[in-house]
Design a protein around this ligand. Structure first.
Ligand SMILES: [Zn+2]
Length: 267
């Protein structure tokens, strides 16, 4: 036994009928972890799974017959941490359905920000109305490889491929209503790495020539980032007095790609 919990105080004559079952009003629930099972609690994720399961009991759930559910009688320790399976969500939302808001269920997220290959992406789809307890699903189309849609509506990961990915997402509320929305994510092609072939200092500006520069690139001179304007294949920095001697310059594009370091001399 890892832990134990349950409702310890309730008012039997204050009842509510939910979906044909009469429930008493719970006032207090306790949760205890077994100190003799400490060997299982050195792993944060395992503690989270046990605590999530016990919170389920404290809220009134029994054990699920679905062996994959977090509310199954046996801990899984499969790195699920504090997560719920569809069976757990159906269980808790069936006893706590929430008040219908009177507002029709709808998906409020309509556009998704662009990203680029191998860049971290994290965005939660949002819905409103219905009875709450939203659960999201991918219906059709194509997700960017590496950015799946989670049950909670979270789009999370890094795409390994560029392109425009259009898909249909569905949200379901605890009453079983569903609504779908067509969405798309543009994953931009990775930029060519910038490269400096020439750098010189004139009229207090650094002129950096080369290839692969983006219009909003920064030119770093001795570690200081200077804004620059792109004229053809040359970046021209804002004015900055540079001392006599050798200086180091490199370019960083707005997509994060960085050039070689190039030396120039002020005489
Ligand atoms: Zn249990």
């Amino acid at each position: 036994m890892l832990a134990v919990s349950g409702i310890v105080r309730y008012i039997a004559n204050q009842t509510k009928n939910i979906g044909g079952t009469t429930y008493g009003k719970a006032l207090e629930a306790n949760m205890s972890f077994n100190p003799f099972a400490l060997c299982h609690f050195t792993d944060r994720c395992q503690v989270q799974e046990v605590a999530t399961h016990e919170l389920g009991h404290a809220l009134g759930l029994g054990h699920s017959l679905d062996s994959t559910a977090t509310m199954s009688a046996y801990a899984h320790f499969d790195n699920r941490c504090a997560s719920l399976t569809p069976d757990d969500v159906r269980g808790i939302t069936s006893i706590y359905p929430g008040a219908a808001s009177g507002v029709r269920l709808s998906i409020t997220t309509s556009t998704l920000p662009n990203t680029s290959v191998n860049r971290d992406y994290s965005l939660a789809l949002e819905a409103t109305g219905g009875t709450g307890g939203y659960q999201w699903n991918f219906v059709s189309g194509q997700m960017p490889p590496g950015i799946p849609l989670g049950l909670s509506g979270l789009l999370f990961g890094r795409s390994t491929v560029y392109g425009t990915f259009a898909f249909v997402a569905q949200v379901r509320d605890s009453a079983g209503s569903t609504v779908q929305s067509s969405l798309s994510i543009v994953v931009e092609r990775p930029g060519l790495a910038p490269a400096i072939t020439r750098a010189e200092y004139k009229k207090k500006k650094v002129f950096v020539s080369g290839t692969g520069f983006l219009a909003d690139a920064l030119v770093y001179v001795d570690g200081e980032g200077l804004t620059a304007t792109l004229d053809g294949t040359t970046l021209i920095t804002e004015k900055r007095k540079q001392k006599f001697g050798v200086h180091q310059a490199y370019v960083v594009n707005s997509d994060g790609s960085r050039s070689n370091t190039f030396q120039f001399v002020v005489q």
